[in-house]
Design a protein around this ligand. Structure first.
Ligand code: ADP
Length: 449
């Protein structure tokens, strides 16, 4: 069952429930009113008969004849009159005698002054009436034929109205649910047209709730489009980065194979090939790291790691390839075991630290980096300081972008993805990275974990 059908059925059910309850209340109240009114009529009839007998001295026979004649065509009231000694004074029709007045009943009437009850479909009333200095016990009973037929008519009208109402409510519900969901259908129609090739398409935005949803959806599309674009850009950068060293390798090899050469020439070619192959290997390693750092946190193996150990590992790895690089580690005494141990991935953290150490060394004349580890507010602050060329204010905003290489790129080789990777790793560990730099004086990168 789709939403439109669900709304229609729910709407119909709720309206039918309300209508049904409303009709039931009306019917019950009409039925109660009929009974009360009929008891009043019975009382008046009873009093009239007593008065006719006692005050106008009308004889019993005339009264009984009127009763019998009326009974044929009308729902005539059957009346019985007793004196206070329970002696029968008058009865409309002793032979019929629908209500059997027992002494108990009469004494109950005398005590209560007025009783009423139903016998089969008949309503019965018993009253004490005072006339001409005498107390009379009167019972009056009749079947409210008119009242019941009016009630039956009302019931039939209600049932028919209810059925017609139900159909009208259902049709109205269907119309409104269809109309109110129309913008949603239009929206899904528009959304269906959006694919990877036309991510620039947007949904129509309105001012209602669906409009707000379209706005949210458009904002999501905006983000998707941006990330899609940057992915595309990234892939083309990637291809470019690989192409350059590969083109050099191919060119060098082709050149040396074009004619027989001296051993030194081959040696030189092989050195160039080795250099560029190393570059490709380093690049692919960086991209693998980047892929790992871009994972969802849940997919990366996180466990307790000591940040100082990661730093030592990073500096050892760095110095293994660059013997002239100097790394000075300074661990603040105040730092405790709990702060220096975090939940993280030691491989990724070492990679990030190695990149920061490498940058500090390669962009400074003395090829050295000072690392200071301290604890502030139970967080580990690691600063990587160098006395190198520094970074100009214009470049500071871009250094974390992929493939960005600053004006200092002349000093050393690189791919421009080091800091991008560092930032991703730190973000994966829910940490922060800041940079403070002055051209000609040096830079300090601070990582908070
Ligand atoms: P790469 O070092 O391969 O060029 P990175 O992403 O590591 O790429 O760094 C981006 C740019 O930021 C570098 O090209 C350089 O201009 C600048 N940079 C990073 N670290 C330093 C540093 N410690 N001193 C000076 N410049 C730096």
């Amino acid at each position: 069952m789709n939403i439109q059908q669900r709304i229609t059925f729910l709407f119909t059910a709720v309206c039918a429930g309300i209508l049904g309850i409303f009709m039931l209340v009306v019917y019950l109240s009409a039925s109660k009113n009929r009974a009360n009114e009929f008891y009043n009529i019975l009382e008046k009839e009873a009093i009239t008969k007593v008065n006719l007998l006692t005050e106008t001295q009308l004889d019993s026979f005339t009264l009984q004849t009127i009763y019998r004649n009326n009974r044929e065509i009308l729902y005539e009231v059957e009346t019985a009159i007793y004196d206070d000694q329970y002696n029968l004074i008058y009865h409309d029709a002793v032979d019929i005698d629908f209500v059997k007045e027992t002494p108990e009943m009469l004494s109950e009437i005398l005590d209560a002054k007025r009783i009423q009850f139903t016998q089969e479909d008949w309503q019965v009333i018993g009253i004490v009436h005072h006339s001409k200095g005498m107390d009379y016990l009167v019972t009056a009973a009749a079947f409210d034929g008119y009242g019941f037929s009016k009630l039956n008519n009302l019931r039939s009208t209600m049932v028919i109205t209810f059925i017609i109402g139900l159909v009208v409510i259902f049709m109205t519900g269907k119309y409104f649910s269809k109309n109110s969901l129309l913008p949603l259908s239009k929206m899904s129609e528009e959304a269906r047209k959006i694919s990877a090739s036309n991510l620039d398409l947007r949904l129509k935005e309105g001012n209602d709730e669906i409009g707000t949803m379209a706005k949210t959806f458009n904002a999501m599309l905006e983000r998707l489009e941006k990330s899609f674009e940057s992915q595309k850009q990234f892939v083309s950068y990637l291809a470019h980065e690989f192409r350059t060293p590969l083109a050099i390798i191919i060119g060098e090899v082709e050149l040396s194979l074009s004619k027989p050469r001296q051993a030194e020439d081959y040696q030189q070619t092989l050195e160039t090939v080795l250099k560029d192959s190393k570059k490709i290997a380093q690049l692919s390693e960086s991209f693998l790291d980047l892929a790992k750092a871009s994972y969802d946190k849940a997919e990366v193996n996180f466990q307790k790691v000591r940040l100082d150990e990661c730093l030592i590992e990073a500096s050892q790895k760095l110095q293994r390839n660059n013997a002239n690089y100097r790394v000075e580690l300074d661990l603040d005494e105040s730092i405790d075991e709990g702060t220096i141990t975090i939940n993280g991935n030691s491989y990724l953290l070492s990679t990030a630290f190695r990149n920061l150490l490498e940058n500090a060394c390669k962009y400074s004349e003395n090829n050295s980096c000072k690392v200071h580890i301290t604890s502030i507010d139970k967080k580990c602050h690691i600063s990587f300081s160098d006395q190198g060329v520094g970074i100009s204010i214009d470049e500071l905003d871009d250094i974390f972008k992929p493939f960005f290489r600053g004006s200092s790129r002349e000093l050393s080789e690189g791919s421009g993805i080091g800091l991008y990777l560092v930032e991703k790793i730190i973000q994966l560990h829910e940490g922060k990275i800041f940079v403070d730099s002055e051209v000609g004086k040096g830079s300090t990168f601070t990582v908070i974990l």
